[in-house]
Write a protein that binds this ligand. Structure first.
Ligand code: PPS
Length: 570
């Protein structure tokens, strides 16, 4: 059965999972080799490699394939391939690895997943990769941001033997292998299947697009919701899958199959689209839907899209024949209120009134507790989204006060703490810089690396509190913009995040010098003191900026409460 299954390029569908006997041997080998704990993105890549979603790849790319993909969108053997699937590692590990050795790949708990047989280890040219793949160096692009801020310094490539897939305990019945999906088509007698990959709940526009595509191609539908990593700020996959299940009755009976896709999107627009077509082909699709702005990373620093909205579909169409998948492209689908109809914008007669809401508009409305009209999304979807993302009044939130030592953060934090306890509708936790240093981070110094660890710890605790609908008040110096940005993203996934820059100037902080720290720093008795001989990167766009030079802590806290009231949190 498996031998007859063809991948996107006519070869066999790859299966990297080894049998039990080999697994036992590999576990012994793994005892004596270097190892690495994979992050979420690497776990996704490993899973798709293992189950054949990335056929014909049989491991993380080696250097020649990587460079060939960057330069000409093809593997060394000329097979079309648009994105690097590489394993990034820190320099400290890379210097101890060589071609011919093996590396054990583990999950974050240390459970052995796979062994990589190393062909190449090479330093990453981040600028080149960012330019070739994302066409920008702007770190507002999530793919560029990963490359510059999260990725290790080296890649290691080679063939993989997989002992176990990353563990999932959710929606197990929906996590199908490409070969299982194909077997299902055979059982159902489907010969034409149109693939639709999505990171959005099935809003009306997407539903209309997919059913239109089914009619147009006379095909059944394979729904591939991305259950790996999507755009920061997206609804989590648990919520989205419940939304897909809730709208199932709107599809004709037995017309579609759904399989969760463990993909870590790179959000490179056109290049992502091409990879998505290859994946869909591996899942047995004969057709694939590429909509307006496919795999978009959001807006750049000037608020403009990174890629023209039709570039993804154009590129997919260009290679459609070579890939053997017919592309069903859609312009933006809009609603015609007078006709009560949905149409692709290019098919709307001039002068006709149209309305539209993006997925982000709908997400923002849900988060702000505003109404969503039925023409934008099904009522079943709205109620699922509202269950998971209640209006601000019922969400948790974090107040993140950042600023120099002595700026007034801790005092404002204490006032807020009492005020929230007085309001009494949510549990409140105070994570002041000093308290955290004593209880969570007493082994850490004030180096950049340790400050980042400290602030990330605060962010993690605050995100758990926010997720569970409490209030976290944080008051660290948190001098680095990128780390604050990371904390914001982590927390905004669950509730409100209010960054307050306590912007009291250094002269005033130094004048106060309640702990005598500035005097010591000026005398050279404390090294690396923020604002004296260590940097403080001012927040670019905090929700509030408060200078306490001429303001009491009560007044400052009042300003924050007024802001929370305006946003509907209290
Ligand atoms: S950071 O950068 O966010 O990890 O700092 P944080 O955990 O908030 O700790 C700041 C408090 O530690 C005292 N302290 C120093 N601050 C800055 N730089 C150096 N080198 C340093 N050494 C000790 C300082 O009193 C800070 O207290 P606050 O409450 O901010 O005044």
């Amino acid at each position: 059965m498996t031998a007859s299954i063809k991948d996107a390029h006519g070869g066999r569908l790859v299966n990297l999972l080894v049998d039990e006997e080999r697994a036992r041997l590999l576990k012994d080998i793994a005892l004596n080799i270097s190892d690495i704990a994979l992050n979420d993105r690497q776990l996704c890549d490993l899973e798709l490699l293992a189950i054949g979603g990335f056929s014909p790849l049989t491991g993380f790319m080696n250097r020649s394939d990587y460079e060939s993909v960057l330069d000409r969108m093809r593997l060394q053997n000329d097979i079309l391939w648009s994105l690097p699937i590489c394993l990034d590692i820190p320099k400290s590990l890379a210097v101890n690895l060589d071609a011919g050795q093996s590396l054990a790949l583990r999950d974050p708990e240390g459970f052995l997943l796979a062994v990589l047989h190393i062909e190449d280890v090479w330093p990453i040219d981040r600028e080149k990769e960012a330019q070739q793949i994302f066409e920008t160096l702007d770190t507002k692009h999530p793919g560029v941001s990963y490359l510059f801020n999260k990725s290790g310094d080296y890649y290691v490539g080679g063939h993989l033997e997989v002992i176990s897939l990353p563990l999932h305990f959710d929606f197990k019945q929906l996590r199908l292998f490409p070969k299982e999906v194909r077997a299902m088509y055979a059982k159902l007698g489907w010969h034409r299947v149109v693939g639709f990959q999505t990171r959005q709940p099935l809003h009306r526009f997407l539903f209309e697009m997919s059913t239109k595509a089914m009619r147009q191609t006379r095909a059944n539908l394979l729904l591939l919701p991305v259950a790996g990593m999507t755009r920061p700020g997206d609804f989590d996959h648990y919520t989205r899958v419940r939304c897909y299940q809730a709208v199932s009755s709107h599809f004709p009976p037995n017309s579609y199959v759904m399989s969760l896709l463990p993909l870590a999107m790179r959000l490179s627009g056109p290049r992502d689209a091409l990879l998505d077509v290859i994946i869909a082909k591996n899942y047995g699709c004969t057709h694939f839907i590429v909509g307006h702005d496919h795999a978009s990373p959001g807006a750049d620093i000037n608020g403009k899209g990174f890629y023209k909205s039709d570039r993804a579909s154009r590129l997919a169409e260009e290679f459609s024949e070579e890939m053997g998948v017919e592309i069903v492209s859609f312009e933006k689908v809009v609603y015609l209120p007078f006709e009560d109809e949905y149409r692709s914008i290019d098919q709307v007669p001039e002068g006709t009134q149209t309305i539209f809401m993006t997925g982000s508009d709908i997400r923002d409305r849900i988060r702000e507790g505003r109404r969503i009209p039925e023409w934008a999304t099904f009522t079943e979807v709205v109620s699922e989204l509202q269950k998971a993302y209640p209006p601000p009044r019922h969400q948790g939130f974090t107040i993140f006060l950042t600023g120099l030592s002595g700026a007034g953060k801790s005092t404002i934090a204490k006032v807020l703490y009492s005020m929230f306890l007085e309001i009494g509708d949510r549990p409140v936790t105070l994570l002041d810089g000093d308290i955290v240093r004593q209880n969570l981070s007493n082994e850490l110094s004030f180096s950049k690396e340790h400050r980042d660890i400290n602030v990330r710890r605060i962010g993690f605790v605050a995100s758990e509190i926010t997720k569970n609908r409490g209030i976290a008040i944080c008051a660290p110096i948190a001098p680095y913009e990128y780390t604050r940005h990371e904390v914001r993203q982590e927390i905004e996934a669950y509730g409100g995040f209010v960054e307050v820059h306590v912007s009291t100037p250094i002269g005033e902080c130094e004048k106060r010098d309640r702990k005598g720290m500035y005097a010591k720093a000026r005398a050279g008795l404390i090294k690396g003191f923020t604002g004296v001989d260590d940097p403080y990167e001012e927040p670019e766009s905090p929700e509030l900026r408060i200078d306490t030079t001429a303001m009491t802590p009560m007044e400052a806290a009042q300003e924050i409460l007024l802001f929370l009231g305006k946003k509907g949190f209290i």
